[in-house]
Design a protein around this ligand. Sequence first.
Ligand code: PLP
Length: 395
Amino acid sequence: MSKALDSFLSRNLDELKSKGLYNEIDVLEGANGPKITIRGRQLINLSSNNYLGLANDARLKAAAVEATEKYGVGAGAVRTINGTMDIHTELEKKLARFKGTEAAIVFQSGFNCNMGAISAVMTKNDAILSDELNHASIIDGCRLSGAKIIRVKHQDMEDLREKAKEAKLSGLYEKIMYISDGVFSMDGDVANIPGIVEVCKEQDLISYIDDAHGSGVMGHGAGTVKHFGHAKDIDFQMGTLSKAIGVVGGYVAGSQDLIDWLKVRARPFLFSTSLTPANAAACMEAIRIMEEDGSLHDKLWENGRFLKAELKKLGFNIGNSETPITPVIIGEETLTQKFSRRLIEEGVYAKSIVFPTVPMGTGRVRNMPTAAHSREMLEEALRIYERVGKELGVI
Ligand SMILES: *Cc1c(COP(=O)(O)O)cnc(C)c1O
C-alpha cells in the first residue's frame, strides 16, 4: 500500500475510533422485516425504510422470480445500448401514471438519480436554491452540476422568495432551481408544496421535489406532490424504489420533454447498467399493489398514529412529525447513543441519530413503524421504551 494512503487511513480510522464515532455495521441474518435477527437475537425493527413491508412481500418475490426466469438475472447493458427491456419501459409508464405525469425515467438508485438528473439540467451558469436540511444525495447532485448553491432556511417560503428575487436581480444566472425533500426524514415534516408552487411560479423557478420518504406514504402512496394535488406544477417529481416500494432504484416523473432530455443527458442512465429484470418486475408489482389496495398504506398510518400517541403518553418528546416517522428526541449526544444501545439490548432495534446528521443537542432515536408491524410488536416496543426511559431518567 502507498505510504501516504496507509498513513491517511490509520490516522483517520484511529481518530474516529478514539472518539467513539466509528460505526460498526450490524449484519442482518435473514430478511428485513418488522422483526430482524442480529447475532442470533430477534429484535423488533424500528429502523427500516420498508414502510409498507414490501421488501419481503410474497407477491413481489414471485414477480421477481418470474421475471428472472423469463429475462435472466441481469439486463446485460446500459439502457442506451441494449439494456432496455420491455419491463423497464413498462415500469416507467406505470410510474408516470401513478405520479400523474406524462413520463418517467428509472435509475439504479435514488442517490444516482439525484446525481444524474440535477446535473443533466443545471450547469455552472445556473443557481440552485436548496433547503438547508436536504438529503446528502441532493447536496452532492447540486455540487456535481457546478451551479451556484444557495442555502434556503428550512421550509421558509419568505427566505426562498427573497433569495430567488436576489438571484434573479443579480443577472448572473440563466436558470434557477428550487430543490427540497418532500418529507424530511429526520423530523418527519412535510414540504409546503402549495407554498413552493406559488413561489416557483411567481419567480419562474424550476421545481424539484425529492420524495424518497413520501412515495408510498403520502398521497395514498403516490407521494407528497400528488397529496397536495400539484402533479402538473412540480417539474421534477423524484423518488426512490428502495424505501416504501421495497426494492431498489430511483426515478424522475415529469413532462415528456424533461424525460426525453434526461434519457440523453443523465450520466448514470447512459453509463451504468440498468435495473435487473427482477428489480423492475418487483417494482411494478409494488405499484400494482399500491394502486389496487390501500390497506398497507392505511395500516402504516394507523401504526404511526398509535406509536406516536403512546410514546407521547409515556412522556417522550416526539417532535412535530406529520408522517409515520417518529423521532424520540433525547437531546444530549452520549445519552442518545446510550438510550439506543439499551433499547437494542432490551429488544428494540431503533438507531440513534446525532450531530452532525441533526443539530447539536437534538440527538434522537428515530422510529420507523411500518405496515408490517402488528399491534403486539408495537406494544412490546412501548413497554421496552418505558423501561429504558425510566432507567435513564428521560421520562
Ligand atoms: C434515501 C434517500 C435517497 C436515496 O435513495 P436510494 O434509492 O436509497 O439511493 C435520496 N433522497 C432522499 C431524500 C432519501 O431519503
